[in-house]
Write a protein that binds this ligand. Structure first.
Ligand SMILES: CCC(=O)OC[C@H](C)CC[C@H]1O[C@H]2C[C@H]3[C@@H]4CC=C5C[C@@H](O)CC[C@]5(C)[C@H]4CC[C@]3(C)[C@H]2[C@@H]1C
Length: 448
């Protein structure tokens, strides 16, 4: 059925009517089968690293090879700048995976399964066709169901790459049936033995085309990449119909002094283009002026690496594809009554578990992630009573990196700066989820 015929069908028009009472809770929406994805949102962090070569590259740049490895500027001034450029290339590369790959593959966005509390997703890129990359492991955990929060960790021990983050979504529907998505949370990329760290914020997005039954994502707003080397990259997004006219447009600027982030004349490089296609880079030299634009990245070139996920029979009951199998099969079969039967069964099991915990005065214990309260003083790496609420550990670089560019460390939309209105709201908490590597290392029940 084409999108245009779907958009005129009875099921879609009644779905659109149901959107009028959408209250932001995606789990309450019963969308028609053809718009449901058999994939859980807990699998989406895979998009941070499904181009393994690009993901590993920043870790391969050192004091000897930085000029020759920096394909967009052979005269790059330092290894730190070369690594920042490689991190930006990786970040832009993930944008296409995160926000355009499903539409490219299946024609439009679909509604992913809503992860249950404690849902796990484990995968690995073995990189057999390029062993020099080493093996990368993907771990995700639904650390909260209300509100929905997914923790994720991507580890490549061969190159000492640790990428951890969490994602919390707040959604709303506009009068024109555009789904507005604010992302809360952030990610931290740690590379090299001296633990060079990059704090990465997440862009707001909106889903257009719902009226026409062919929804697709477009980014907006601004994200930041703050390096522990002092370098800062700020990226602005816009789409079709904005000043640029092209979909998936971005403009990135690199600053040596994060405090100058709003003075574009102080940028060392400006990168322009589409995060789903090509982008070019200009170097601003105080003496030589601006360089000619040069190709920075072509997002359609790097190949997607196969993620290995254990067969369902080898999975733990909390692992996503095992837990959702009956629902996923019913969605693939397009059988609405079977979908709601199996979905209801899973939801009732969850409700029963929450009731039992409540009657026993217990709360669900998260497995690989801790919730850190950044309003608390520095504390040891684990709390005495085993609760998951602790203060930051001394090696935690989050506060220092946030301070460098005045990022709010409160629970506000990702990328909010401390002088912006969201940060001024009263009673804001500063709770952020952190991966605990030893919990994964000591986990005897789950293997990658
Ligand atoms: C409320 C209206 C509704 O359900 O409409 C259903 C429509 C088919 C489309 C809505 C769904 O579109 C999906 C796109 C999903 C985002 C895609 C990429 C990412 C990046 C990743 O790093 C974090 C998750 C995120 C933000 C996904 C969140 C969920 C989105 C918006 C799905 C929508 C429910």
């Amino acid at each position: 059925m084409s999108a245009s015929s779907i958009s005129k069908s009875g099921t879609w028009t009644s779905f659109l009517k149901s959107l009028a009472s959408f209250n932001g809770d995606l789990s309450k929406l019963s969308a028609p089968p053809f718009i449901l994805s058999p994939v859980s949102l807990s699998e989406y962090p895979r998009y941070w690293a499904d181009h393994q070569e690009v993901f590993v590259e920043p870790s391969l740049i050192d004091n000897e090879n930085y000029k020759q490895r920096c394909s967009c500027d052979k005269n790059v001034e330092s290894p730190e700048m070369a690594r920042m450029l490689a991190v930006i290339k990786w970040f832009i590369c993930t944008m296409r995976s995160q926000y355009a790959s499903r539409t490219e593959k299946q024609g439009n966005e679909k509604k992913p399964l809503n992860p249950f509390l404690g849902e796990l997703f484990v995968g690995k890129w073995s990189n057999k066709d390029d062993p020099s990359l080493g093996e990368t492991i993907l771990l995700t955990e639904q650390v909260s169901h209300h509100p929905p929060i997914t923790g994720y960790s991507i580890l490549n021990d061969k190159h000492n790459i640790r990428f951890h983050g969490y994602n919390h979504l707040k959604t709303s529907i506009s009068k024109t049936l555009t789904l507005n998505v604010k992302q809360y949370g952030h990610a931290m990329l740690h590379i090299r033995d001296d633990d060079e760290t990059y704090l990465i914020t997440l862009p707001p997005l909106h889903i257009e085309g719902i009226l026409a039954a062919s929804p697709y994502a477009e980014l907006e707003g601004r994200t930041f990449i703050q390096s522990s080397t002092g370098l800062l990259c700020s990226i602005d997004y816009s789409g079709k119909g904005y000043f640029s006219g092209k979909k998936n447009t971005f403009k990135a600027r690199i600053f040596k002094d994060p405090k100058q982030v709003d003075d574009k004349t102080k940028a060392t490089y400006t990168i322009n283009g589409q995060w789903s296609k090509q982008s070019t880079i200009v170097k601003h030299d105080p003496k030589l002026g601006d360089s000619e634009p040069k190709l920075f990245f072509d997002a359609e070139l790097p190949k997607v690496c196969e993620l290995y996920v254990k067969p369902i029979e080898e999975q733990h009951p909390l692992e996503s594809r095992k837990a959702w199998k009956d629902v996923a099969d019913a969605i693939i079969a397009g059988d609405m009554s079977l979908i709601s039967k199996h979905k209801t069964a899973l939801e009732e099991k969850q409700r029963a578990m929450r009731k039992e915990e409540e009657s026993e005065g217990r709360v669900w214990q998260t497995r690989w992630f801790n919730c850190v309260n950044y309003d608390l003083e520095e504390s040891a790496s684990s709390s005495e009573d085993g609760s998951s609420m602790i203060g930051p550990t001394e090696e935690d670089q989050y506060l220092a990196l946030a301070k460098a560019f005045n990022l709010s460390t409160k629970n506000v939309p990702s990328g909010t700066l401390a002088h912006e209105k969201h940060h001024k709201k009263a009673d804001l908490t500063s709770l952020h989820w952190r991966f605990v590597r030893e919990n994964w290392d000591n986990d005897k029940d789950i293997i990658a």
